[in-house]
Ligand binder design. Structure first.
Ligand code: NAD
Length: 476
């Protein structure tokens, strides 16, 4: 009986289809590992052409999911880092994948040591809704450059983009390389239980815990790119106009729905009134007539809108300063930015990741107090510090631990392909992007190569005088 060919597809809509495609990719990864650069480069080329050909339809689909998002934001925050990430991997990938000679202790010479980066096999990627393009493509770049096959679970909260992206992948990639999984949370749960060779998850910390638990029985290693509250510390000598310019940029981009958006600001009370004045002026200049401004995004869905509105409605303590004349609108999911001054520490805006255009201002008296404030909360994904004095900036740098640190800037560190990107503690496990991502999604296999001539035979039993003399040289 001739064996029936397995029907493989680049899109899975059901748990059965997903499992069949996973088995297919896993078998291929064990029988046809991608050890050459040409095949990997071709995948990066395919990804680039796919993005280039579909950028408009991708931006339109994302906008439809959000109820509106400007194409420029999608270009700036999703397409730009995707294209530059592909170029970076294509430029350096061949070098990254080379087996490297590394040093060896004189005791073992003339043997030598090598590290060989090998593909892990099949990498699973789980994508959130806030930047559904870049958070699918970024991990894909690293996984494909490292010679892996890839399965991607798109977010059910951005279904139009998920379908558009899946259709494009089916067109530009072989089902022997990439599969996109569509569907609701039940499929996401089943996806996280597949015995991937690595699972890279981007999303909330709460679901991150479930992902780690789902991966544990398979001993699947995970990279968890999670959320949390990313604080801004404003030092006494910071240029307030610059602070407001950068913080407001970070808070209004995608209407605050950015994992590394500045969540709240810690500053001296003396800056308070001027900060609010400058923030209002900034809004007039950059988002005039905000309700109809084509650069300002909507909140992704009604549940998220209610969640954030609820934070403001239930606010204990603190004062709300609207930064524009516009009112929020549940129907259109339009939410104008506001500042909340001095919120109670136990209020939701100070307990939960805000993920919306609400900016709490918290006041400190001494820098030690500000550092303590940050350190007494979960480790942030990003920390931002603004100021001129090197000694105070270094004090913040050396006495806080965060996924990443930006000095006199916000958000832009995520686009540095020469820097690893990731969280620490509750904001994430492991990092990726560029070489760090390549190594994260490779097995960096250590290889010891013995020489015909070597001294180890002199140390065999029975352990005599020579052995004792040799040990005496090393044992302290
Ligand atoms: P989410 O955790 O609700 O969902 C993310 C993905 O997980 C979706 O694809 C969903 O299908 C899947 N999922 C949901 N429940 C699951 C389960 N029980 N098992 C397996 N998979 C499941 O997150 P979200 O609301 O889409 O994204 C917002 C969060 O993501 C924020 O906290 C934000 O800070 C974080 N985030 C982090 C980064 C980063 O790089 N660290 C980037 C973007 C967003």
């Amino acid at each position: 009986m001739p064996q029936q060919a397995v029907q493989t597809r680049s899109i899975a809509n059901t748990i059965d289809e997903m499992q069949a495609q996973f088995s297919h990719l896993k078998t291929l990864s064990r029988t046809q590992p991608i050890n050459d650069w040409d095949t990997r480069e071709t995948q990066l080329d395919n990804l680039e052409v796919m993005l280039s050909d579909n950028q408009e339809s991708f931006a339109k689909a994302i906008s439809a999911d959000f109820g509106y998002r400007s194409e420029s934001e999608t270009q700036f925050a999703e397409l730009f880092p995707s294209f530059t990430g592909i170029s970076h991997a294509r430029k350096h990938g061949k070098k990254w994948m080379k087996t490297q000679r590394v040093s060896i202790s004189a005791v073992y010479r003339p043997a030598h040591n090598e590290i060989q980066p090998q593909p892990l096999g099949v990498v699973g990627i789980i994508v959130p809704w806030n930047y559904p393009l870049y958070l699918a493509v970024g991990p894909m770049i690293d996984a494909l450059a490292a010679g892996n096959r890839v399965m991607i679970k798109m977010s059910e909260a951005a279904p139009q983009f998920a379908q558009t992206f899946a259709d494009a992948v089916a067109h530009y990639f072989s089902s022997d390389m990439v599969c996109v999984v569509l569907g609701e949370v039940d499929i996401a749960v089943a996806f996280s239980k597949l015995p991937f060779d690595h699972l890279l998850y981007t999303g909330s910390t709460a679901v991150g815990r479930q992902i780690m638990a789902a991966a544990a029985p398979n001993l699947t290693p995970v990279t968890l790119e999670l959320g949390g509250k990313s604080p801004v510390i404003v030092l006494d000598d910071a240029h307030l106009e610059m602070v407001v310019n950068r913080v407001m940029m970070g808070k209004t981009l995608n209407a605050g729905q950015t994992c590394i958006a500045p969540d709240y600001v810690l500053m001296k009370r003396q800056h308070h009134d001027q900060f609010i004045h400058l923030a209002k002026e900034w809004m007039k200049k950059h988002y005039p007539n905000i309700e109809n401004n084509p650069d300002y995004s909507r909140i992704i869905n009604g549940d998220q809108f209610k969640r954030v509105k609820g934070y403001l409605d239930a606010l204990s303590g603190g004062e709300i300063y609207p930064l524009t004349d516009a009112e929020s609108n549940m129907e259109t999911r339009f939410m104008p930015p506001v500042i909340v001054s001095d919120p109670a520490p136990d209020s939701e805006v100070m307990q939960e990741e805000i993920f919306a255009p609400i900016l709490p201002l918290v006041h400190y008296e001494t820098l030690d107090e500000a550092i303590h404030f940050v350190n007494s909360r979960p480790r942030p994904l990003a920390l931002y510090v603004f100021g001129d004095s090197n000694s105070n900036i270094e004090k913040v740098r050396d006495n806080t631990v965060s996924g990443g640190l930006c000095i006199n800037e916000v958000i832009i560190h995520v686009a540095q392909h020469d820097l690893p990107f990731g969280g620490v503690g509750e904001s994430g496990t492991g990092s990726y992007h560029g070489k760090a991502g390549f190594e994260r999604l490779s097995h960096m296999k250590p290889i010891f190569v013995q020489n015909k001539l070597n001294g180890l035979n002199l140390l065999l039993p029975p352990y005599g005088g020579l052995f004792k003399k040799a040990m005496a040289l090393f044992l302290k």
